[in-house]
Design a protein around this ligand. Structure first.
Ligand code: 2PG
Ligand code: MG
Length: 401
């Protein structure tokens, strides 16, 4: 029933106005699925390779489609993804492009769900999964690689940990975003938005911490449940080999100073989440910080682990971090992403399913988070490509998908 009978690939726009890959998968019994690849700006050194969209499409047409069309069943996700790997032949999807691979992988999953008449999260997770909903981490203030002349820390993320429902959590994050707008206006700090819709004011990191604290406290009082916040430091972008340290506007911090700085911020602001606080090559520093604050906060590896099972295994052995960011396009297929989540779960690491700074209307990650009982999803707070996922979570919770 789910035998793939056709795959169509085309170039479409992402949220930055760049070209990305869209895939349609059709099956024998009329099943249909469509997937679109997102794209990072602060990409990890060890990520799977995204090719220019036209090249990725041409290469996938030549190499991947003959192995899939008439050969593989969309309902067998592992077979689809194994065929993509075999067609590519490299270990980083540099031949057909991780953008073609992930678009086809997600489209096949949706086609499989379509034939079954099941929501995607149920097809991916099975009927015993999907009763837990992830807490959305909402990017509220940001800079780094996502906005010029803004904070050094890439993302200040609202975390509505006390929300009684996904719907309440999503609205709380939007309210924090609005509250920060009001605080910035009061302080006469004009601000545009960065790539993910976060405010990108020209303020110091210290001021951003204060503004976040004030905003989450105000909204928590209004909504009547706990809202805290966390960070994506994107440490690999701050780390400079030649300086042998982390380069901030107000000076360079050595690795020890960076660990100290983050640990202090965790204490001072009760941060629930700290992503990539250190460089992507420094398992040891991650382990030191995890020793210090791992019982109070999630220390999450994004560029450190790149959704890669082997890098996660090395991290587990080193005691580096206690959670992993999951980005399907960072590794290339849904199978790889689910394998990383399962390895993490078996080892007591929390999974945080994530968008990219360049996004599309695709909602697969909302379903993936629910399917795998991920405790968090990072997918912005406002903006159509972000609310596409947030609104889908609300629908999933409402049994309306
Ligand atoms: O660093 C990150 O976690 C992501 C998403 O917020 O950014 P990018 O997609 O640019 O890598
Ligand atoms: Mg990150």
């Amino acid at each position: 029933m789910t035998l793939i009978t056709d795959i169509r690939l085309r170039r479409v726009l992402d949220s930055r106005g760049n070209a990305t890959v869209e895939a349609d998968v059709l099956t024998e019994s009329g099943g249909f699925g469509r997937g679109k690849a997102p794209s990072g700006a602060s990409t990890g050194e060890y990520e799977a390779i995204e090719l220019p969209a036209q090249e990725a499409i041409a290469n996938a047409r030549d190499d991947a489609l003959p192995r899939l069309v008439g050969e593989v069943h969309a309902g067998n996700q592992r077979d689809v993804d194994a065929a993509l790997r075999a067609a590519d032949g490299s270990d980083d999807f540099s031949e057909i492009g991780a953008n073609s691979a992930v678009a086809i992988s997600m489209a096949a999953a949706k086609a499989g769900a379509d034939v079954l008449g099941a929501p995607l999260f149920q097809h991916l997770g099975g009927t015993f999964r999907g009763n837990e909903y992830p807490t959305p981490l909402g990017n509220i203030i940001g800079g780094g690689e996502h906005a010029a002349d803004a904070t050094n820390i890439q993302e200040f993320l609202a975390a509505p940990v006390g929300a009684p429902s996904v719907e309440d959590a999503v609205f709380a994050n939007a309210a924090v975003h609005q509250e920060v707008h009001d605080i910035l206006a009061e302080r006469d700090l004009p601000a545009g938005k960065g790539d993910e819709g976060a405010w990108a004011p020209s303020v110091s990191d210290d001021e951003a911490f204060e503004i976040m604290e004030e905003a989450v406290e105000t909204v928590a009082d209004d909504f009547g449940f706990a809202i805290t916040f966390g960070l994506d430091v994107a440490g690999a972008e701050l780390y400079d080999d030649e300086e042998d340290g982390y380069v901030y506007d107000d000076g360079v911090k050595s690795t020890e100073e960076q660990i100290e700085y983050i640990a202090e911020k965790v204490e001072e602001y009760d941060l629930v989440y700290v992503e990539d606080p250190l460089d992507e090559n420094d398992y040891e520093a991650f382990a030191d910080l995890t020793d210090r604050v791992g019982d109070q906060t999630l220390v999450c590896g994004d560029d450190l682990f790149v959704t890669n099972v082997e890098r996660l295994e090395a991290g587990i052995a080193a005691g580096a971090g206690n959670s992993i960011l999951i980005k399907p396009n960072q590794i290339g297929t849904l199978t790889d992403a689910v394998d990383a989540i399962e390895l993490a779960t078996r080892n007591g690491y929390e999974s945080v399913v994530s968008h990219r700074s360049g996004e599309t209307e695709d909602t697969t990650i909302a379903h993936l988070a629910v399917a795998t009982d991920a405790p968090f999803i990072k997918t912005g707070a406002v903006g159509g490509e972000r609310t596409a996922k947030l609104n889908e979570l609300i629908r999933i919770e409402d049994n309306a998908v």
